[in-house]
Ligand binder design. Structure first.
Ligand SMILES: Cc1cc2nc3c(=O)[nH]c(=O)nc-3n(C[C@H](O)[C@H](O)[C@H](O)COP(=O)(O)OP(=O)(O)OC[C@H]3O[C@@H](n4cnc5c(N)ncnc54)[C@H](O)[C@@H]3O)c2cc1C
Length: 382
């Protein structure tokens, strides 16, 4: 394997899994207290969407990379921290408590772990170091105009021509596609197939001829999502995860990974602090706001108790039901918190932006209705 990234050095590093919880927490706290400068914390506090400012993200990811903590869930031999779920949760919450910049990296949280689990050695050597160094940014090409909640209805065509697939069709709502160097996507390689069969999971370079990205402007003025058009785009057959025709299996594995890497209590506490600041600075803390904020604080505590149990393995971490419950509760609670901030400061650009940004949270990664369906089925509803 290419050792330009220093894999041999990483392999000999001690795993933090060997530390006692108190020692681990002490190490995390000491590092964060020192590494998170006033400027970085201010950038974290000013964040209203899914990512902090590019400059803050760049500075923060570099510090984490040097400390070996940029990819908390990756094994140490691939340049990650090698932490278990409980350690990851502690770290994420400790970052959020200090208003660390928010890094939203699909490469680190979703496709990187899938490449580690199912990619070839050549793919691991090609993609993983580039993700860690920030050279590759990934976007997720699943949804299409006629395929959202029912993803298995997707129709982007992947026609085989020798060693290449030729892609034709489009993807919709692709977050950050305009900045991405690569897209992982699902395409239909068997035109006669329906549902989850006859698909291929491809790793596609975004600068291939025939790819066009058109940003979609949202109500908050941001253009985080995009339409992506594929006009006879050629991409190597080898640049895929899993077998041809079995892409659906790889996508399901990726979604399970994404669910197990989600930690949200810290984000909710951050939002609650922001709403509290808005109330104090803009509206004044009266009994009405105090009651609303206390109710939210209790609900965040309850959510945290569930998240801790799930991440500690009390319930299966990757179980669709537990993940659905967490996703549903977290996004609806996040919206309720930003509503208080907006009510307290309706003319504040920050409160408006946070309010609007959280509206989409009950749509992406499965809508609330779809998660309620999953939970209803789990308790035996018809
Ligand atoms: C901000 C944002 C970012 C996104 N980023 C990405 C991305 O990076 N990559 C990507 O691939 N996709 C992305 N998406 C797409 C997202 O996954 C879809 O929007 C979502 O799955 C819903 O699909 P849809 O929009 O086609 O709505 P539809 O599936 O058409 O649903 C429309 C309405 O019908 C309801 N509904 C549908 N089916 C049922 C049912 N069986 N029972 C009850 N109600 C139902 C839904 O809840 C919804 O209210 C993003 C979306 C948003 C808003």
């Amino acid at each position: 394997m290419d050792d330009s990234f220093g894999f041999s050095r990483l392999a000999s590093r001690r795993s933090d899994n060997e530390l006692e919880p108190a020692a681990f927490q002490g190490e995390v706290d000491a590092f964060l207290d020192q590494a998170l400068t006033t400027v970085l914390r201010a950038a974290g506090r000013a964040t209203t969407g899914l990512k902090s400012s590019p400059a803050a993200c760049q500075a923060w990811r570099q510090k984490l990379l040097e400390r070996g903590w940029l990819a908390p869930s990756w094994p140490v031999e691939h340049g990650g921290a090698g932490w278990n779920a409980t350690q990851r949760l502690y770290f994420e919450n400790a970052c959020a408590a200090r208003d660390a910049p928010i890094l939203q990296s699909s490469g680190i949280r979703t496709i990187g772990p899938l490449i580690i689990a199912e990619g070839s050695q050549a793919q691991q050597a090609r993609y993983l170091p580039a993700i860690l160094r920030g050279e590759h940014e990934w976007c997720q090409g699943f949804s299409e105009p006629q395929a959202g909640s029912d993803l298995s209805a997707l129709s982007l065509r992947a026609e085989r021509d020798g060693d290449e697939f030729v892609l034709s069709g489009s993807k919709l709502w692709t977050s950050f596609a305009q900045y991405a160097t690569h897209m992982f996507l699902l395409a239909r390689c068997d035109p006669h197939s329906t549902g989850g069969s006859g698909m291929v999971f491809l790793l596609v370079e975004m600068d291939r001829p025939g790819i066009n990205v058109r940003p979609i402007r949202f109500i908050d003025g941001e253009d985080e999502t995009n339409e992506v058009f594929f006009d006879a785009v050629r991409t190597p057959v080898d640049d895929r995860i899993g077998s041809i025709g079995e892409g659906w299996k790889a996508a399901k594995r990726l979604m399970a990974i994404a669910r197990s890497n989600n930690t949200t209590t810290g984000l909710l506490r951050r939002a609650l602090r922001a709403a509290q600041r808005g109330v104090i600075e803009q509206a004044g803390m009266d009994a009405g706001f105090a009651l609303l904020l206390a109710d939210m604080a209790l609900r965040v505590d309850t959510f945290e108790a569930l998240e801790v149990r799930v991440s500690a393995g009390d319930m299966a971490v990757a179980s669709p039901q537990a993940a659905s419950a967490l996703k549903l509760l977290a996004t609806e609670l996040h919206q309720a918190i930003t509503e208080i901030g907006f009510d307290a400061a309706p003319n504040s650009a920050f409160a408006q932006s946070k309010y609007f940004a959280t509206r989409a949270a009950t749509i992406y990664s499965g809508t609330s209705e779809i998660h309620r369906n999953i939970l209803a089925r789990a308790i035996g509803c018809p």
